[in-house]
Design a protein around this ligand. Structure first.
Ligand code: FUC
Length: 812
């Protein structure tokens, strides 16, 4: 396995290009990271050693970012930036979460019911290879070429400073607790400091440049984009960049873009100086000899039908009239409102005195850094807060941050594991509000998935396949091998149910969760068919995400009737929907129908070698270490398999995992993160810890982003959720304290995790043993606690807090 060693680079920054040469329309450079060469072109010598940041919540470095995956992310859920922290040049690579090319198009193949029947027959007859070709030809909906419907960079803010050959005491950092990125260094006898944050309170990115000597702040500021941008000066202190995005560079870029191309956007930058001289030269703002300066950047698109320039003007007017101090304190309060709900201390001292890249290298060399693990956990929470706030788009494959015009997989919303993994920490790690953009996405795909269900398959309800995008299609599209998969919507609705379980909000269950779950169920009531050999109900043709099997008689294929994951997701959906209907006291007849159908679903089976079967037959596996471990859905995220309730299946799951790992499994970050969640559910803390080490050593980039070249955020979120799952679990009707504590985590504490039933949980342990737990209950409820082999029950009133000792006895 390749280790991504993190190389500390003395970075070079220069003034080689004028802002005009970096001008948007002229630039040919569409690839991430087009700044790299210019960063490396001129050296700025860094000497001396900056002091260490306060606290243990900072990612920090002794050199500027030399490439995008070293830059530091800020975001307010909608407007984000990657901050490079250069000395002679600063870049903020900008993103706005609705900046998408393309538009909503119809991707549905009309009435494929006959073809569906035929494909099913072929599979039941064992003609897998032929059936897959037939499905491709006759069923799959329209696939849009990569880059045509894609998320893109909003552009760059570039600051150019008077060139310096040498600075000392350089440090850049991202403080997770304040969500402020800062850069500071000494040049001659002056200390320069830059702070930047993306404010959820004021919907603006705000940057402040200061110096401990007067009249020292001099820079040029320019906005640019690799394509499709016009930059204009609108007043002596403000520039605007606007345009309409266009679908990838494969399309002819001449002429006026049409509505098919994508959104219109606008970015505005204002400089508010203290002293000095501010003027415009060309499209550049030029500030000389100021004492300090505040930059306000706002951006918007017309994705929701509003005129982006109008939105920008309003946002700018409102933010720019506030003092920097007020902007900063409003930002801090809003960030901390969410961030400070959870604390985690896994012990360890001293490691925080080293820069983050040095610490990651030490882990690559086999070191154990519990403070880094705690920070990885909090970074996951930070990233969710910054990329998924109510009213905005959900966290995409890269959260909010993507460079260039064609990011990997269009930085879309894959719903065959990735977006779900993004939201695993949401409830557990006390960020329930951050879950909401995903719920909105589910509502969106329900609308279009309803049309797909009817038009393509003649089914009621709604269906969604393996992926969707900002245009919210619910189609079954692309290559049959990965695209013929009808359970993406069903899996997504589990998140609505989980929200109810964690929060106990009946109104939410009634108005939002149940209708979506029921609509998904309706699809499967029409979709499932009887396997003629067994008489059991199966879903198909469908893939076990994105794995393939060897076909007896030659070749390989992906599609079967009743792959284990489909069956588990449908069983899970039906079970949860029945329970929801019972709680709400509705749909008695429907419930009965559901129970009957659920009891006829083909069950998960254990193969002759003791592993869980991924497909209905024991096929050969060309990829035995495959990154998806779909057939263990029942173990995690669902609760169909557990050590206590279904020990045989839990043992088979364990064998499955061991086999996957022995064959090179866990090679992508998100896959490794899922493994940790599985081992947490199997209550094997040491296996969790081994895999956390592997996640940090093999799949974590210098800025702690999850590596799936260049970056995919799901591993960050999956890893964060897994660390919480090791400390508190609540999927089995009780709050299990320290279910998977590794030997290496001898002493520690976590506060503020959430448990199903409406509880908030703090846990303290010493020498590997529970010493205390504090449970606060939102509702009047019975709280069942479990630790080691002991279980106790406690009746709590709404708002009551219970404190127990290491034996689960109430302590006062
Ligand atoms: C799934 C995974 C890939 C990648 C893609 C975005 O299809 O199999 O590894 O994460 O989503």
């Amino acid at each position: 396995m390749t280790k991504c060693r993190i190389v500390a680079v003395i970075v070079a920054v220069s003034l080689t290009l004028s802002a005009g040469a970096f001008g948007a329309a002229k630039s040919k450079n569409r690839n991430p990271d087009h700044r790299k060469e210019r960063i490396a072109a001129a050296a700025c010598e860094l000497t001396g050693r900056a002091s260490v940041p306060d606290g243990d919540m900072a990612l920090w470095y002794r050199q500027p970012a030399a490439e995008w995956v070293e830059a530091l992310p800020i975001g307010n859920g909608r407007l984000g930036a990657m901050v490079y922290g250069g000395v002679n040049r600063e870049w903020l690579q900008l993103n706005e979460d609705t900046l998408w090319t393309g538009r909503a198009i119809d991707r549905n193949r009309k009435d494929v019911t006959k073809a569906l029947d035929r494909a099913r027959e072929m599979i039941f007859e064992g003609k897998y290879v032929e059936a897959q070709a037939f499905v491709q030809e006759n069923i799959m909906g329209t696939r849009v070429e990569k880059g045509l419907h894609t998320y893109q960079t909003l552009g760059d803010l570039e600051l150019t400073f008077p060139e310096r050959d040498k600075v000392s005491d350089y440090r850049r950092q991202l403080d997770l607790d304040t969500a402020v990125a800062s850069t500071s260094y000494r040049a001659g006898n002056a200390v320069f400091t830059r702070e930047v944050f993306s404010s959820p309170a004021d919907q603006a990115i705000v940057m402040r440049l200061t110096c401990d000597k007067t009249g020292m702040i001099t820079f040029d500021a320019a906005l640019s984009r690799p394509a499709d941008a016009t930059v204009k000066v609108i007043s002596a202190d403000t520039i605007v960049m606007h345009g309409q995005v266009r679908a990838s560079d494969k399309l002819p870029r001449e002429g006026v873009p049409s509505a098919d191309d994508g959104v219109e956007y606008s970015v505005m930058l204002r400089i508010i100086p203290d002293g000095g001289r501010l003027r415009t030269i060309g499209q550049t703002l030029k500030l000389e000899k100021a004492n300090s300066a505040t930059l306000v950047i706002v951006a918007a698109t017309n994705y929701r039908g509003l005129e982006p320039r109008k939105i920008c003007r309003k946002q700018l007017a409102s933010a720019a009239k506030k003092s920097y101090r007020n902007l900063r304190s409003a930002h801090l309060a809003e960030h901390r409102r969410l961030f400070s709900r959870v604390t985690l201390d896994l012990g360890g001292v001293g490691a925080v005195n080293n820069p983050t890249d040095v610490r990651l290298n030490a882990v690559i060399d086999g070191g154990f850094d519990p403070q880094l693990i705690a920070q990885y956990f909090q970074y996951g929470r930070y990233l969710l807060i910054c990329s998924s706030r109510p009213g905005n788009m959900p966290a995409n494959l890269q959260g909010l941050w993507a460079d260039g015009l064609i990011p990997p997989w269009n930085a879309d919303y894959h719903i065959n594991i990735n977006i779900q993994m993004n939201y695993w920490p949401a409830e557990l790690c006390n960020l329930s509000e951050c879950h909401e953009p995903f719920f909105d996405l589910i509502d969106g795909i329900r609308k279009r998935g309803r049309v797909t269900a009817k038009e393509m398959f003649g089914c009621r309800g709604f269906v969604a396949g393996h992926t969707t995008d900002a245009w919210l299609y619910g189609g079954i599209i692309g290559k049959a091998g990965y695209g013929m998969w009808p359970v993406g919507g069903a899996w997504s609705t589990r998140h609505l149910w989980e929200r109810y379980l964690f929060r106990g909000d009946r109104e939410f269950l009634k108005e939002r969760a149940y209708p979506a779950m029921k609509e998904s169920v309706e699809f499967f009531l029409d979709w499932l068919v009887e396997n003629p050999k067994t008489g059991l109900l199966v879903s198909g043709p469908s893939t076990s995400p994105e794995n393939k099997f060897s076909v007896p008689g030659g070749g390989s294929a992906n599609l079967t009737m009743g792959p284990t994951m489909d069956q588990q997701i449908i069983y899970d959906l039906f079970t949860n929907c029945i329970e929801a209907a019972e709680i709400l006291g509705v749909d008695r007849t429907f419930r009965r129908e559901l129970q009957k159908t659920r009891d006829r679903l083909a069950p998960t089976r254990i193969g002759s070698d003791g592993r869980l079967m991924e497909w209905p037959e024991e096929f050969g596996e060309p990829s035995p270490g495959h990154r998806h471990v779909s057939h263990l859905y029942g173990l995690h995220p669902a609760n169909l398999i557990s050590i206590t309730e279904t020990p045989k299946f839990a043992a088979a799951a364990r064998k499955t995992l061991d086999y996957r790992l022995a064959n090179g499994g866990g090679h992508t970050g998100w896959s490794r993160a899922w493994l940790i969640n599985f081992f947490a559910r199997l209550q094997d803390g040491n296996a969790c810890q081994d895999n956390i080490q592997a996640l940090l050593a093999n799949s974590t980039l210098p800025n702690m982003f999850d590596n799936h070249p260049p970056f995919q955020i799901d591993g960050n979120f999956g890893g964060c959720a897994a660390i919480a799952e090791m400390l508190v679990q609540s999927h089995a009707g009780e709050i299990h304290l320290l279910p998977a504590l590794p030997d290496a985590w001898q002493t520690g504490e976590v506060t503020g995790l959430r448990a199903r039933g409406g509880f908030e949980v703090d846990v303290y342990w010493k020498n590997g043993k529970l010493t205390k737990a504090v449970i606060a209950s939102d509702n009047a409820a019975t709280c069942k606690l479990h630790y080691a082999s002991r279980t106790t029950e406690h009746k709590l009133k709404a708002g009551q807090t219970l404190s127990v000792d290491g034996k689960l006895k109430p302590a006062h």
